[in-house]
Design a protein around this ligand. Structure first.
Ligand SMILES: NC(=O)c1ccc[n+]([C@@H]2O[C@H](COP(=O)([O-])OP(=O)(O)OC[C@H]3O[C@@H](n4cnc5c(N)ncnc54)[C@H](OP(=O)(O)O)[C@@H]3O)[C@@H](O)[C@H]2O)c1
Length: 435
């Protein structure tokens, strides 16, 4: 029987359905020009393959370096451990291995792949001091070592794909992305710091990534595992014109405003959210609007607006006298009730006009502006129907005009966020140049 390389999608689909591939016909040349009979014990099917279809490449060797195995990073490791073996066929990969792990102090470098069962102990006990440069070079050299010169032998090792996954919230790590990418690494991250960082750096990385065919993927920075950025890409790439994007982009602020009703004390709702662990240890980190503003910057830039975080209009929900490090968290919580009146009057005014107040990020593409504001929405608006801590993003476009396109769901949580990062990782592997 003749052995042939077939496209990974076809291979996996045949494999899944227990088909056996037998090639009949003339010649296996630079392309599959012949008719293939796919024969199983019980069934026969015929597939005509195009004369133009190139010989698929050798399987890809994928090496991953993960920085920040915290809540999201460790969930991602569990998901990779469970899925990697199953994905080799569909991704036409010979290996998917996490070859480096690093936290803020230590790193574990294992070119052959870390042990998924014992990485925590290994990192703590056998880790070496963190050196981002050495970390990145090990991921790329492990990738190069796993690859080989292209060969006509389909069983020979194929090209390699090296990916840096940043699951920290660190500026120090995100500011190294350009250096990582220059080493040949793709970047995948839920960390907002680079996407919402200085525009010039962001543009430079984007241009470099296009020129060198390396990806910078950050779906999980907005709406965690929800398909927000990919939905926006789909709209733009298919020629839709985005008019406006409005979003409830913080689970904490979603919970606070879904709970808060006229007659309640705003400070009680904030204290309740803190007690349930829905806020950051310092609730001002949520209520300042900075985290939402970073997400809005990311969305605005994806729409082509040249915005800087510092220039954006952001309504902070932290009363002026309670801002700054001079006021401790305890003092902030104690003095917050003194400021309940201002929020109460806004909520009462909204209710009198048949509406609710919601804290939203908005990208007005037509006006070329972006911001974060407390706004009144009518009771009939989808934002008014939201419950719990869900995120919701409303895309108003030329096509989705009278009835906007809405994406809604949990905008935080380890498993969903890690899955959002994982989807990006799979996209990177699928699109990695194979020639
Ligand atoms: N949690 C969510 O639901 C959610 C949702 C969407 C997006 N995100 C984003 O996902 C990222 C991770 O969030 P998380 O909740 O997993 O955070 P986390 O549990 O605090 O984990 C952070 C990890 O990053 C490491 N780290 C911090 N600074 C570092 C540095 N300078 N160098 C190397 N490692 C460093 C920490 O190491 P140490 O243990 O040594 O400090 C830890 O392993 C953040 O950017 C966050 O905004 C989170």
């Amino acid at each position: 029987m003749l052995r042939a390389v077939i496209s990974s999608r076809l291979a996996s689909s045949l494999d899944k359905n227990n088909y056996q591939l037998i090639l009949v016909g003339t010649q296996l040349h630079k392309s599959f020009g012949s008719k293939l009979n796919i024969v199983t014990e019980t069934r026969t099917a015929k597939i005509q393959m195009s004369r133009d279809e190139p010989i698929p490449s050798q399987p890809l060797s994928v090496t991953i370096g993960l920085i920040g195995p915290g809540l999201i990073g460790s969930a991602l490791l569990r998901q990779i451990a469970k899925q990697a073996g199953k994905l080799l066929g569909p991704l036409h990969a010979s290996k998917i291995a996490v070859v480096g792990l690093a936290n803020s102090r230590q790193m574990l470098l294992r070119p052959e792949g870390v042990e998924f069962d014992s990485w925590e102990v290994d990192l703590a006990e056998k880790g070496e001091p963190l050196d981002l440069d050495l970390f990145a070079s090990t991921i790329t050299s492990a990738a190069i070592a796993a690859s080989a010169t292209p060969s006509s032998d389909p069983t020979a090792p194929g090209p390699a794909c090296a990916v840096l996954v940043d699951c920290t919230a660190s500026d120090a790590v995100s500011s190294a992305y350009p250096a990582f990418m220059k080493r040949g690494l793709h970047i995948v991250t839920p960390n907002k710091k680079f996407g919402a960082g200085p525009l010039a750096q962001y543009r430079e990385l984007r241009e470099f990534s296009e020129r060198r065919r390396r990806r910078f993927m950050y779906e999980a920075t907005v709406g965690a595992g929800l398909p927000i950025i990919s939905t926006l890409h789909g709209l733009l790439e298919t020629g839709d014109r985005v008019v406006r994007i409005e979003g409830i982009l913080s689970g904490t602020l979603s919970y606070i405003f879904n709970t808060y009703k006229p007659g309640m004390r705003f400070s009680d709702v904030v204290a309740g959210a803190k007690a349930r662990g829905y806020t950051e240890p310092d609730p001002r980190d949520d209520l300042s609007g900075l985290d939402v503003a970073r997400k809005v910057v990311i969305l605005a830039r994806e729409c082509g607006l040249e915005v800087e975080l510092e220039d954006m209009a952001v309504d902070s929900l932290v009363p002026e006298p309670l801002r700054g490090t001079g006021v401790s968290v305890e003092e902030y919580m104690k003095r917050l009730p003194q400021h309940d009146e201002s929020m109460a009057s806004k909520a009462a005014e909204a209710a009198a006009s048949g509406g609710v107040i919601r804290y939203v990020g908005c990208v007005d593409v037509e006006a070329g502006s972006a911001g974060v504001t407390l706004r009144t929405y009518p009771d009939s608006h989808p934002f008014a129907q939201l419950s719990g801590s869900d995120n919701m993003v409303v895309f108003t476009t030329e096509r989705y005009h009278d009835r906007p396109l809405i994406v809604r769901g949990p905008g935080a949580g380890a498993e969903v966020t890690a899955a959002g990062v994982f989807v990006d990782l799979l996209q990177v592997i699928r699109s990695h140049p194979r020639a």
